[in-house]
Design a protein. Structure first.
Lengths: 356, 292
């Protein structure tokens, strides 16, 4: 039959081809799934991947692309740094929620003051909140050797409970007729994160995502830190001999990815979401993991993957409205995509030879 | 007092099943982070089957099959396509949560059939869970296949060199882990909550993963960890019911915080203690690729 022969290095062609193959395979199997459920597969795939950009209602859905891609890219940039080093922060969702809560806390404390410093202070608080939440698994790993995978994930559930508590307790809108949820920051000009160019979907979170992409590129390919990260991921022992201090790297990667996730949360609560509610966490932190992998942990890839994932979100909503497709379709697609991607990855790492 | 203990056993059962299954997989050297996905898959499949047939026993059987089927997806990816186990496990969890959210809609608001009662006021699944602890221990420590399984987990290259079937052993261990996780998930939907809701396992799979570490890869330790978790859960539910002056959300955090705490304590003991206890299997999480 066949045998696998390890490659010395991953060819660039396959590195670019495998994510594309994975997307096509997902579309194909997704189409089969839709057909099995009694939907027209071609219409469903077109509604999800084509109509949001070029369909009849594209004028409304196109700006949503940047709204959804912004937080995904921002979070994925941080995650990519850690994944490269073999440090698995899978609790970005929690850091995202805590960042939003901290940022919103600044705004709600300042309410109804109008001052130029409020929004910058919120940004700082959001980043610090996410950083602190990411540092918990980092410190527990450094001090006690506790798995950062499990601790960061447990903290997602804790963060969700804190958000619920905030929505029902300390942050509840005093003028909200006793409904849970904080004041809407969109209606508080000093704290709002509005669309910067009308109908573009671009808010400060999008700007931050672009800056994060550029910074990731610089760090990964032009800075000694990127070298250390890559070495630590590929060969931990060699990295130690090269003078990399693993504890520092753990704290840095989890801290940075936490801060970026916190920023994403802050921009979301001050912008599209508007308020802290019980269900503020919307899964961006988990989808960003897929974005990071689909983008091959490379800034350019993350940009494209983030836009594609945003497209599936919007297309999924559209398909739900137009074709009555279940709301969870997008989740299934995203899970499937990650599977195919990891499977096809074989082609970049091994050569398939016929057994002789 | 006895009634509290019965509640504790019930709360511990899903974690006990899932953690025992994962323990066997990890002893064979595979780290499957998809426990949560397999549990939620079992929760839905089991609930659907129990609802359709009116038989909880059949529900658990279907749940075991569903969990095992999901684990085979992971097995194919990690054993044949040699994918990264952490990322693949994560994908399995996301996929399982999505798939069940998609197909679970018709079952929302439907009631589960009555659970089969067993001796001493405990249902049969609680008994089965308890019985699995010595069975898994006996299999791993006292049988030849168990010995081979552990050899494969400790050093897959050496095991392969001795002619043991590394891949087949791992696939079998993963199937067992999936079936156990499926049954654990079904216990939540059929016996605890009595209905299906989206994402109802609420992190139980991840807690099970932490319990395996806490147990230092020992089945009896898993039992202790599951009971500890069950105790915390029952305690916080009791405190909620008693209306203590702490926000409900803080009490609901308790199981997750307790999990972090035990994880830290056991990791610290391994790091600073006089060794003792079990360490992680030597080949845990490493892909196996036989060159000849």
């Amino acid at each position: 039959m066949f045998r696998l022969e390890p490659r010395a290095s991953a060819p660039l062609g396959w590195q670019i081809a495998t994510p594309i193959l994975a997307v096509l395979a997902t579309m194909f199997v997704g189409g089969l799934l839709f057909a099995a459920m009694g939907f027209d597969p071609v219409a469903a795939i077109r509604t999800i991947f084509w109509d949001p950009l070029f369909g009849p209602a594209a004028g409304y859905s196109r700006p949503q692309l940047l709204v959804k891609a912004g937080p995904l890219i921002l979070i994925a940039c941080g995650l990519a740094l850690g994944f490269r080093a073999g440090i698995w922060n899978i609790g970005a969702e929690g850091q995202y929620i805590i960042g939003a809560i901290c940022g919103a806390a600044v705004a709600l404390a300042a309410y109804p003051a109008e001052a130029f410093w409020i929004f910058p202070a919120m940004i700082l608080a959001g980043a610090l909140g996410g950083w602190a939440w990411g540092m918990i698994p980092a410190l527990l790993r450094n001090w006690f050797g506790a798995s950062e995978i499990l601790v960061s994930l447990m903290l997602v559930y804790v963060a969700q409970k804190i958000a619920a508590w905030m929505a029902f307790g300390p942050m509840k809108n005093p003028e909200g007729f006793n409904f849970p949820g904080s004041r809407n920051l969109q209606q508080y000009p000093a704290a709002a994160n509005p669309e910067l160019i009308a109908n573009s979907g671009l808010h400060w979170g999008g700007i931050a995502a672009i800056v994060a992409l550029a910074a990731t590129w610089f760090i990964m390919s032009r800075h000694v830190l990127g070298f250390q990260v890559r070495t630590a991921g590929a060969a931990p022992r060699a990295a130690r001999f090269a003078g990399v201090r693993p504890e520092r790297l753990v704290a840095l990667c989890l801290g940075v990815s936490g801060a970026l996730a916190g920023l994403a949360g802050l921009f979301e609560v001050a912008g599209p979401a508007g308020q802290i509610t019980e269900s503020f966490g919307s899964g961006y932190g988990f989808t960003a993991i897929i974005v990071a992998f689909l983008g091959r942990l490379h800034p350019l890839g993350i940009l494209l993957a983030g836009l594609l994932m945003a497209l599936t979100y919007i297309g999924g909503e559209l398909a739900q409205m137009m074709l009555n497709l279940p709301a969870a379709t997008v989740q299934v697609f995203q899970g499937m995509l990650l599977f195919f991607l990891l499977g096809f990855d074989l082609l970049t790492r091994y050569r398939i030879r016929r057994r002789t | 007092m006895i009634s509290v203990f019965i509640l504790l056993l019930g709360a511990a059962t899903p974690i006990l099943f899932a953690a025992l299954g994962e323990l066997v997989a990890e002893r064979a050297g595979v780290l499957n982070l998809g426990v949560e996905g397999m549990m939620v898959g079992g929760a839905l499949a089991g609930f659907a089957a129990a609802h359709a047939t009116g038989s909880p026993a059949l529900g658990f059987a279907v749940a075991a099959l569903a969990g095992a089927a999901l684990s085979m997806l992971f097995a194919m990816m990690t054993q044949y396509l040699l994918s990264n186990q952490v990322a693949t496990g994560l994908a399995l969890t996301l996929f399982g949560l999505g798939l069940t959210a998609m197909f679970g809609k018709p079952y929302e608001g439907v009631k589960a059939p009555a659970m089969m009662a067993g001796p001493l006021g405990l249902n049969w699944m609680i008994w089965l869970g308890l019985a699995m602890v010595p069975v898994v221990w006996w299999f791993l420590v006292r049988t030849r296949p168990g010995l081979i399984l552990r050899a494969v987990g400790e050093n897959h290259d050496a095991a392969h060199g001795l002619g043991y079937p590394v891949r087949a052993m791992r696939i079998a261990a993963l199937a067992f882990g999936g079936a156990m996780a499926g049954m654990g998930g079904a216990y939540i939907s059929i016996a605890t909550v009595l209905q299906w809701t989206e994402g109802m396992t609420a992190g139980a799979g991840w807690i099970a993963l932490a319990i395996v570490v806490f147990a230092q890869w020992n089945p009896w330790g898993v039992l202790a960890g599951a009971w500890l978790f069950g105790g915390v859960t029952v305690l916080q539910l009791r405190l909620q019911a008693a209306g203590v002056a702490v926000p409900v959300q803080f009490l609901a955090m308790a199981p997750y915080l307790a999990t972090i705490l035990v994880l830290v304590l056991i990791s610290a003991r391994q790091k600073f203690g006089r060794s003792g206890g079990g360490a992680a299997p030597g080949s845990l999480g490493r892909p196996f690729h036989a060159l000849r």
